[in-house]
Design a protein around this ligand. Structure first.
Ligand code: HMG
Ligand code: MG
Length: 305
């Protein structure tokens, strides 16, 4: 029986990143047919926005080198959106060839991570994204923006909320319909979430335009999500089974598990449209394919691992 709490929304959109953020970090290469089945099962469980893959350099992320093949295997269903990551014009060419309708550019709040993840700099990353966003908007595609290292950076340490807000604002001005604030290494805590959201709003970005993307390295992802929901955020990134990490930030572990998020939303009586049993069954199926148990507490509790 749900027990609602004050100051929370009636509905939350779950932006599922398991197939991209999760599988990009697997040491084993997952066959493309397994990836397609994973996405189809997640869609059948009720998820409506499923980040499918990345059109990045295949040498940088070999796990996602099959991006074009995967898109061709996906059965498009009305109301199910399959966004993809695109860093640059070459990636955009490939994504357009594969018939995508929603792309995401991914910026860094720090100079060091811009270099390590994009071979760019804090300033020059925007020049790389600009033509991507322009072409996407001209072609009627939707464009999401990410900001990584919003709550700390393994090389630079603390990151000022104003620095995060400045990058977020640049992405909003460029035309991103939504900007997802990434705690790439999972060090953030709820008061810090408030501070980053406040800085973004003070910089002129509407809170409804923001999403949150928490990695669960220090077990803070769910607490941080609740803080963000109380501040008006309505889109939460999560990864089925808690898969995830970032190959260019070693201290990043899995994302907030979608099952853990769904359990909390159910308890609060917040709508999300996902069938938890079908989702858990999918994560158990995927864990078998990866040869290790899911790190999600809810998957373990419900599947009896
Ligand atoms: P670069 O080496 O500087 O690329 O990499 P370049 O522009 O100098 O081009 C070199 C060669 O690569 C050229 O080929 C290009 O055509 C080719 P050549 O002329 O030598 O034959 N090339 C490509 N080929 C295929 N697809 C492409 C592409 N681009 C260039 N898209 C680049 C720059 C951005 C490509 C590289 O740094 C890269 O791919 N980075 C991606 C890293 C990544 O995917 N990281 C993980 C995602 S981010 C994340 O996980 C964080 C997030 O979850 C949020 C959070 O948690 O904080 C989103
Ligand atoms: Mg991530």
């Amino acid at each position: 029986m749900p027990v609602p709490a004050p100051g929370l929304p009636e509905h939350v959109t779950i932006y599922e990143v398991g197939a991209r953020d999760g599988l990009q970090n697997e040491s084993a290469i997952v066959p493309v047919e397994v990836k397609a089945e994973f996405l189809h099962r997640l869609a059948a469980a009720g998820l409506r926005v499923l980040e499918a893959t990345s059109f990045v350099h295949p040498k940088w992320v070999p796990q996602l080198a099959d991006a074009g093949d995967l898109l061709r295997l996906l059965v498009r269903t009305d109301g199910v959106d399959y966004p993809v990551l695109v860093p640059n014009e070459r990636g955009m060419d490939r994504a357009l060839d594969a018939g995508v309708s929603h792309v995401a550019v991914f910026a860094s709040a720090t100079d060091t991570f811009a270099q390590r993840n994009l071979n760019s700099t804090l300033d020059s990353q925007f020049a790389m994204f600009e033509p991507v966003v322009k072409r996407a908007l001209e072609g009627g595609l939707r464009v999401r923006g990410y900001v990584s290292m919003c709550f700390g950076d393994p090389w630079e340490g603390a990151v000022a909320p104003e620095q995060v807000a400045a990058v977020t604002r640049r992405l909003a001005e460029m035309g991103c319909h939504q900007i997802s604030l990434g705690d790439t290494i999972g060090t953030g805590t709820p008061g810090h979430v408030d501070a980053v959201l406040d800085a973004c709003v003070a910089a002129g970005v509407a809170v409804r335009q923001l999403a949150v993307h928490f990695h669960d390295t220090y077990g803070q992802a769910l607490a941080n999500t609740l803080a963000a929901l109380r501040r008006g955020v309505r889109t939460v990134d999560a990864s089925a089974g808690g898969l995830g990490g970032c190959p260019y930030a070693e201290s990043a572990t899995g994302n907030l598990a979608t099952e853990d998020l769904v359990w909390m939303l159910d308890g609060l009586g917040i709508g999300h449209g996902v069938d938890l049993d079908a989702l858990v069954a999918t994560s158990v199926w995927m864990a078998e394919r990866l040869g290790r148990p899911s790190p999600s507490r809810v998957v373990r509790a419900l599947a009896g691992d």
